[in-house]
Design a protein around this ligand. Structure first.
Ligand code: CFM
Ligand code: HCA
Length: 540
């Protein structure tokens, strides 16, 4: 593995090799002292990165899964089209007539004329038209690259249009996002821009309190392939109320009353951890890291939530639900493990799944040889303890940090000082995330912002039994005869969360790594040189 890094870097010009070298390491360390890895830095031009853009992170990832906000892309049609449902985020409206705009892609369809003469008028017309057709309670406007380049002011348009409609007696909230694709290093900047605006314009604006003894928010769970439905079912059976999810299967009203929950649970740390911090400061809601990918992690997370509330009744209920689920899990593992044990995987995904899914592979007896994130930050690799030492560069400064204070009316501590102390003494961890590297084997490879060339080299050299990444990697990997599983869209599979999801995953991976089809990838003449055709070319 160590020589692999050297071999790969040799192909780059010296300056590129020096930069890549800091994002590419052997996970050798003792205990919690993970080595420093460079992350959240710009991709070197010319490299075929796996990353997406800031607009994708804002519109596609954070706001995409909301069902009753009309999300209008101000830009050329491709931006709106390609961020529309490719992520397989699902939603379940309360009734057949409840608002659901997810099946629609709203866009101003900017063309050359708008680029030359400005697109603000067209955007205003689009907002009026969308209002007349759908009468939504909220609209969100997203800037794409050309909007920033020509200087259309989406925030001013949102303000003006909100005023115009409010003046007609219409109760509507309209807000905009300066999430031009180039604004940050990756999707991660888009998450931050989206979350800041939702926190500023929506959270805390409703005083509806949902009934329930144990009321939590689920942050960073986007209901890909129906994952949130599985988690909702588990929580419901335990007697836990999900007050708001950011943002899988969510509504505008869920966000508006998010400040009333008693605990924030973070699934995807990368895309939202700062919202939990801000909600704690402003409203007094503590937060914990959870993970519902993998059976052991699901159990740990359920017990952690129960421990936070502390009631024996809840703890018993959680144990009962776990006991109901485990026989099917044990039976599935007993079936598949003899075929998956000892096999190997590589995972290169976004900002949290490359870590979370290692748990599922471990349960199947499989080893992760190499893993990395597309756009996570150092804390997602090394743990939150490194946050104070992360350099603030020009790109990070480009993304606004909100100045948050306790809300004079809405701040309410959820636990007394004694209760917090008692939890602390039992080893209960608030606001912590240990990151990916401490969970990986010392001899594994960790590579940030993997690119096409490096992915090809990894596969050629180590021939893993399965390679997990996204659509851009899918076919080049499969053409090398290695099964490829998309861990973004789940291909057409899922859900993979919770117990039922884990069983799905075990069974799919078992089929994928054991099918004989990959052995047929070589054409007959590649295996038998005597079949190679020879051509005679006659110039005459
Ligand atoms: Fe979080 Fe996500 Fe991910 Fe992410 Fe994404 Fe995604 Fe992902 Mo694709 S929010 S960081 S920006 S878990 S869309 S649901 S699959 S890259 S690992
Ligand atoms: C995004 C969305 C994406 C892309 C997945 C992929 C997703 O980053 O814009 O490259 O296959 O999960 O849909 O991450």
């Amino acid at each position: 593995l160590a020589s692999f890094k050297e071999d790969v870097l040799k192909k780059y010009p010296p300056k590129v090799a020096r930069k890549r070298s800091k994002q590419f390491l052997l996970n050798e360390f003792q205990g919690e002292d993970a080595p420093l890895i460079e992350a959240n830095v710009r991709t070197i031009p010319g490299i075929i990165t796996m990353r997406g853009c800031t607009y994708a992170g804002c519109k596609g990832v954070i706001l995409g899964p909301t069902r009753d906000i009309v999300n209008i892309t101000h830009g050329p049609i491709g931006c709106g089209f390609y961020s529309w449902l490719t992520r397989r985020n699902q939603t379940r409206p309360d009734t057949e007539t409840s608002e659901n705009f997810i099946p629609y892609a709203f866009s101003t369809d900017m063309n050359e004329n708008d680029i030359v003469f400005g697109g603000e008028k067209k955007l205003k017309a689009a907002i009026r038209e969308a209002y007349a057709l759908f009468k939504p309670k909220a609209m969100a406007i997203f800037a794409t690259c050309p909007v920033g380049l020509i200087g259309d002011d989406v925030n001013a348009v949102a303000r003006d249009m909100k005023q115009e409609l409010n003046d007609q007696g219409i109760d509507i909230n309209i807000f905009a996002f300066s999430c031009e694709g180039y604004k940050g290093v990756s999707q991660s900047a888009g998450h931050h821009i989206a979350n800041n605006q939702i926190f500023t314009h929506v959270v805390g604006t409703s005083d509806t309190v949902v009934e329930g003894k144990y009321r939590i928010n689920m942050l960073g769970e986007y209901n890909i392939g129906g994952d949130a439905f599985v988690i909702e079912d588990l929580m419901h059976r335990c007697g836990i109320t999900i007050n708001a999810t950011f943002s899988g299967n969510s509504t505008y009203d869920d966000f508006a009353r998010a400040h009333t929950a008693d605990l924030n649970c973070i699934m995807c740390h990368r895309s939202i951890n700062y919202v939990a911090e801000m909600m704690e400061i402003k409203y007094g809601i503590p937060w914990i890291k959870v993970n519902f990918i993998g059976v052991e992690s699901t159990i740990k997370s359920m017990r952690k939530i129960a421990e936070y509330f502390g009631d024996q009744e809840l703890k018993d209920k959680v144990e009962q639900v776990i006991a109901e689920e485990m026989p099917a899990v044990d039976a599935a593992l007993k079936d598949i493990k003899p075929r998956t044990e000892g096999k190997t995987a590589m995972l290169f995904v976004g900002g949290s799944r490359a870590h979370h899914y290692q748990d599922l592979f471990r349960e199947m007896g499989m080893t992760t040889l190499a893993a990395g994130y597309e756009f996570a930050h150092r804390d997602d690799y090394e743990g939150r303890k490194v946050i104070p030492s992360i350099k603030v560069d020009a790109d990070s400064r480009n993304i606004e940090e909100l100045d948050v204070h306790p809300d004079p009316e809405l701040f309410k501590p959820r636990k007394s000082a004694e209760e917090l102390k008692a939890l602390d003494e039992c080893g209960f961890e608030f606001k912590d995330y240990h990151g990916m590297m401490p969970d990986m084997k010392p001899e594994s490879l960790v590579i940030d912002d993997l690119n096409q060339y490096e992915a090809d080299e990894l596969v050629k050299k180590f021939r893993p039994d399965v390679f997990c990444a996204g659509i851009k990697e899918k076919f080049s990997i499969q053409k090398m005869g290695i099964p490829m599983k998309q861990l973004h869209s789940y291909d057409s599979g899922g859900p993979y969360a919770g117990f039922a999801g884990a069983i799905n995953f075990y069974q799919e991976i078992d089929r994928l790594v054991n099918t004989k089809v990959w052995g047929y990838m070589k054409a007959p003449w590649q295996k038998k040189p005597e079949l190679v055709a020879s051509y005679a070319w006659n110039d005459a």
